[in-house]
Design a protein around this ligand. Sequence first.
Ligand SMILES: [Zn+2]
Length: 171
Amino acid sequence: MATNAILSEEETMKATAKRTADPTPARRWQAVLDRDSSLDGTFVFGVSSTGIFCRPSCPAKRPRRENVKFFDHALQAEQAGYRACLRCRPKAVDGNPQSALVRAMCRYIEQHIDDRLTLSLLAKEFRLSPFHLQRTFKSVLGVSPKAFTSRTHADRCHRQGHLRHPIRQRR
Ligand SMILES: [Zn+2]
């Protein structure tokens, strides 16, 4: 059923391995100092004094080196307790901007499958317009977020053996 999703995940992982081939902290720090946008998506940096994480090209004032911690992915920075910067929106450029973002959306949908997920809630979580979110999602996975959500829910019901459980309609 979810062939597209699996393929895209594998491709994303391969791409990630290639991109982060030489992620030494010194190089990353230099990229931060240079606001090197070509390295956007290859890592993010968290600033312990503010609790915020940014992409390399963030226009904000440069932090002190001793307060900076590097992460390969926005999700790792979040797990470490950092919040995404509102200026550079590092969650929107984690790796291949589109597939990594959609991968994060898929994970979010899977984790919140029992909530009443709507397109607007998803859009708010990922700081995108519902229109942009839907278009990006569909361009990467070939299905709408709604279809993906229904499918994820159906897969889960199937796994749990609740074959007759009706799939709730989601807006
Ligand atoms: Zn920033």
